[in-house]
Design a protein around this ligand. Structure first.
Ligand code: WTA
Length: 651
C-alpha cells in the first residue's frame, strides 16, 4: 500500500474538462468546499433550492444533540420524494424524456419508461398500497430483482410516506425473514421469479418460506416475471397486474416532513444481527441529488448507467433517487456481465450510447482477466466518464479501466461512501481533481474527514489510521432501526462527536484521502459487505459445528473471499461431504454471496485466556503467514494450536 502514491501516475484535469465542470473547475470547488465547511447550515440552506418543497418552514436548518446522537436537517420543512423525482420534471417539460431505460437479462427484452409513464405507474401503485391499508410510517418490504417494478415500488412508497425496506433478491429465505421480522413489515412486494444469465431463478419460493414466520405481513403483491407456477396464498397474495388494472390513476403526494423516515436498508456489521440503517427524507434526497450531479458532472440528455443492484445502497442512491431527482436518464440492467457473451456490458453501453458508466472494482478486475478483445468488439466512444464504488480499486485495475474502457480519455471517479453515509463522501470531481489511480481523493461538500490513530491522535500526512468524519451531514443515517444504542456505539461513541466509518484511511501530503479497507470484522466480497459474525452464526446452525471463525483472504477478482476455520462437535468427523454441507448451510442461511471459499477443519482455535478468538492471527494464517509472521502468540491460551492451524491450512 505504502508505495501506491510513488508508483502512481497523476492525471490532472484537461482544460476542456475544467470548462465543462459544473462547480467551476478547481477554483470553483475550492471556494464551494470552504464555504460548506465554514458554515454548513448556511451552505445546505442555499443548496436546498435544488429541491421542490411544499414548505420551507424549518425551525433551524441543523440541530444536533451530541449526547443522544439525535440530529435533524430541515426539520419542519415539507416535501415529497416522488414529487421531486417525477412530477416536477413532468411539469418542466420532461414528460417524454426517458427516466428509466431497462435492459433485460435477455438482450432482446428492453423497456423505456418516460418520466410521464413512470409517474403514472408510481401513482397507480401508490393507490394499490393504499388499498391494502398501507399508511404513512408503515414498513413495506421489497424482494424484487432488477425490474422496473422495483423502482416503481420504491417511489410509490415515498409517494404515500411508507418506509421501504429492500432485501437483495439473491438473499435467502432466512435473511428475508430476519429483515421482515426486524422492522415488522405490513406488506411484501415480490415476484414469481427472475432471470439471471438465461436461467430462471426462484424468488417466490424463498418468499413463501420466509412468510411462514412473518405474521405482520398481511398482503403480498407478486409481479409476474417468469410465469413460473408458484404457490399463491389465498387472501394474502395477489398479482401486481391485477391490482394495477383496478388502481385509480391519480394519487396526491403526501406532504412529508424532511425528517420523516424514508427507508430502511439492512447492512452487515461486526455482530451477527444485520443493522437496519434508517434514512430520512429531505437531507438524503438533497445530498444524493447534488452528489449525483457534481460527481458525475451530469448534463441533461446524457445516459447514465450504474451496474449495481437496487438491493444495495448504491442502487438506492445512484440508480433511483439521485439520478431521478436530477431529472436524468438512468439505465437499469437486469442481467449479468457474462451473458449471453463476455461483452455484455459493452454491448449494452454501445446500444444505449451510455455517457457515464459506474461499476465496482470486482467487475473491472473480472473484465481485465477475460481480456481486451471483449470491449474492443464495441464502439465505446459515447462514454465520457467512468466510476468505481464498493471497495478499493487497485492501481493496475484502475489503469486498465482508464485505458481500455475509457480509451485513455475518460476520467475515473473513485467514489468512497457507505450505506450509512447515504451519498458519496469522498471522490474526485471531473474537471476539478488531479486523479491518482487507487485514490478516492477529495471530500465532498460539507464533509470533513479525519484520520486518527487508535489513541485518537490525528495522523500525520502519509500515516495510516482510521477514518472518521467530523459532525453529521444531511444524508447521514439517523439511527439503526430499533437499536439507537448500537448506532451510537458503532458510529458516534468511538470518538464522541465524530462519525467512525469502520475503514482505515490515509491522508497524503496533498491532502488526498486513500481508503485502506475495513478495520472491523466486515468482509468485502465483490464489494458486498458481509459480517464475519453473520457467516459464523450460519455455520453454527449446523449440528456438527462446535465453533467457527471467519476471516477475509485476498482474492484476485473479488477483492476478498471468505476463509473459515471450523471445529467439530464430538461424534462428528471431517469429510468432503460435511464440508459441502456446511457451505450449503451458509448459502441457505445468508445467501450465495456469502459462499465460503475455504473451510478448514481444525481441532482448536487461537484464543486469549479470556476465551476471545484472535482473528488477527487467523487472518494471517489464512493469508499464508508463517509462525514468525504472527507476532506475539504467547498470550494465547494454547499457543500450540498455531502450528496445527498452519499445517492444516488450505491454500
Ligand atoms: C467500501 C457501498 C474503497 C468501504 C457504497 C466501505 C470503498 C464499504 C469504496 C461500504 C471506495 C466503498 N474505495 N472502499 N471507493 N466504496 N468502499 O455500505 O470499506 O455496501 O466502508 O456501501 O465499502 O459498503 P456499503
Amino acid at each position: 500500500m505504502s508505495d501506491k502514491k510513488e508508483a502512481g501516475k497523476l492525471f490532472p484535469p484537461t482544460e476542456e474538462l475544467k470548462k465543462m465542470s459544473l462547480v467551476g473547475g478547481p477554483e470553483g470547488y475550492k471556494k464551494m468546499y470552504e464555504e460548506s465547511i465554514r458554515d454548513p447550515p448556511a451552505f445546505w440552506e442555499k443548496m436546498s433550492d435544488n429541491l421542490d418543497w411544499f414548505s420551507k418552514d424549518w425551525d433551524s436548518v441543523f440541530n444536533w444533540d451530541k449526547e443522544s446522537g439525535h440530529f435533524t436537517w430541515f426539520k419542519g420543512g415539507k416535501l415529497n420524494v416522488s414529487y421531486n423525482c417525477l412530477d416536477r420534471h413532468v411539469l418542466n417539460g420532461k414528460k417524454n424524456q426517458a427516466a428509466i431505460i431497462w435492459e433485460g437479462d435477455d438482450p432482446n427484452e428492453t423497456r423505456v419508461l418516460t418520466y410521464g409513464e413512470l409517474l403514472t405507474e408510481v401513482e397507480k401503485f401508490a393507490n394499490v398500497l393504499k388499498s391494502k391499508g398501507v399508511q404513512k410510517g408503515d414498513r413495506v418490504s421489497v424482494y424484487l430483482p432488477m425490474i422496473p417494478e422495483l423502482a416503481i415500488t420504491l417511489l410509490a412508497c415515498t409517494r404515500i410516506g411508507a418506509i421501504h425496506s429492500v432485501v437483495f433478491s439473491a438473499f435467502s429465505a432466512e435473511a428475508l425473514f430476519n429483515r421482515i421480522d426486524d422492522c415488522a413489515s405490513k406488506l411484501l412486494v415480490t415476484t414469481d421469479g427472475g432471470y439471471r444469465g438465461g436461467k430462471k431463478v426462484d424468488i417466490k419460493g424463498n418468499a413463501n418460506e420466509a412468510l411462514e414466520k412473518c405474521p405482520t405481513v398481511k398482503d403480498v403483491i407478486v409481479v409476474r416475471r417468469t410465469g413460473a407456477d408458484v404457490y399463491m396464498e389465498e387472501g394474502r397474495d395477489t398479482w401486481w397486474h391485477d391490482e394495477m388494472e383496478k388502481a385509480p390513476k391519480k394519487c396526491e403526494p403526501e406532504k412529508m416532513d424532511a425528517e420523516d423516515p424514508l427507508f430502511i436498508l439492512y447492512t452487515s456489521g461486526s455482530t451477527g444481527k444485520p443493522k437496519g440503517v434508517l434514512h430520512t427524507t429531505g437531507g438524503y434526497l438533497l445530498q444524493t441529488q447534488l452528489s449525483f450531479q457534481y460527481v458525475f458532472n451530469y448534463r441533461p440528455g446524457e445516459v447514465y448507467w450504474c451496474t449495481a443492484d437496487v438491493g444495495w445502497i448504491t442502487g438506492h442512491s445512484y440508480i433511483v433517487y439521485g439520478p431521478l431527482s436530477a431529472g436524468a436518464t438512468t439505465l437499469m440492467f437486469e442481467g449479468v456481465p457474462n451473458y449471453p457473451g463476455l461483452d455484455r456490458f459493452w454491448d449494452v453501453a454501445e446500444k444505449w450510447k451510455v455517457d457515464i458508466f459506474y461499476t465496482a472494482p470486482t467487475a473491472v478486475r473480472m473484465m481485465r482477466k477475460t481480456g481486451e478483445q471483449w470491449p474492443k468488439m464495441h464502439d465505446l466512444s459515447s462514454i465520457r466518464l467512468l466510476g468505481s464504488v464498493g471497495e478499493p480499486i487497485d492501481p493496475e485495475a484502475w489503469l486498465w479501466y482508464h485505458d481500455v474502457i475509457g480509451g485513455g480519455r475518460c476520467p475515473i471517479v473513485d467514489t468512497w461512501w457507505q450505506t450509512e453515509t447515504g451519498s458519496i463522501m469522498i471522490a474526485p470531481l471531473p474537471g476539478v481533481t488531479t486523479l491518482k489511480p487507487g485514490c478516492a481523493t477529495n471530500p465532498m461538500f460539507g464533509i470533513e474527514p479525519l484520520v486518527c490513530l487508535e489513541d485518537r491522535t490525528v495522523c500525520k500526512p502519509g500515516e495510516d489510521g482510521r477514518l472518521f468524519i467530523k459532525k453529521p451531514w444531511p444524508s447521514q443515517a439517523r439511527t439503526i432501526w430499533g437499536d439507537h444504542q448500537r448506532y451510537m456505539d458503532t458510529y458516534w461513541n468511538v470518538i464522541p462527536g465524530h462519525y467512525f466509518t469502520g475503514d482505515g484511511g490515509r491522508m497524503d501530503a496533498d491532502g488526498d484521502i486513500w481508503i485502506l479497507g475495513r478495520v472491523d470484522d466486515v468482509i468485502s466480497v465483490a464489494g458486498h459487505r458481509i459480517g464475519a459474525a453473520e457467516v459464523e452464526a450460519a455455520f453454527l446452525t449446523h449440528p456438527a459445528v462446535a465453533e467457527a471463525a471467519v476471516v477475509p483472504v485476498p482474492d484476485e477478482i473479488k477483492g476478498e473471499a471468505i476463509y473459515t476455520f471450523v471445529t467439530l462437535k464430538d461424534g462428528y468427523s471431517e469429510s468432503e461431504d460435511l464440508r459441502k454441507a456446511l457451505i450449503n448451510q451458509v448459502r441457505k442461511e445468508v445467501g450465495p454471496i456469502a459462499t465460503p471459499k475455504t473451510v478448514q477443519f481444525t481441532t482448536g482455535l487461537p484464543k486469549t485466556r479470556s476465551g476471545k478468538i484472535m482473528r488477527r492471527i487467523l487472518r494471517k494464517i489464512a493469508g499464508g503467514g508463517m509462525h514468525e509472521d504472527l507476532g506475539d502468540v504467547s498470550t494465547l491460551a494454547e499457543p500450540e494450536v498455531v502450528d496445527v492451524l498452519i499445517k492444516g491450512r488450505i491454500l
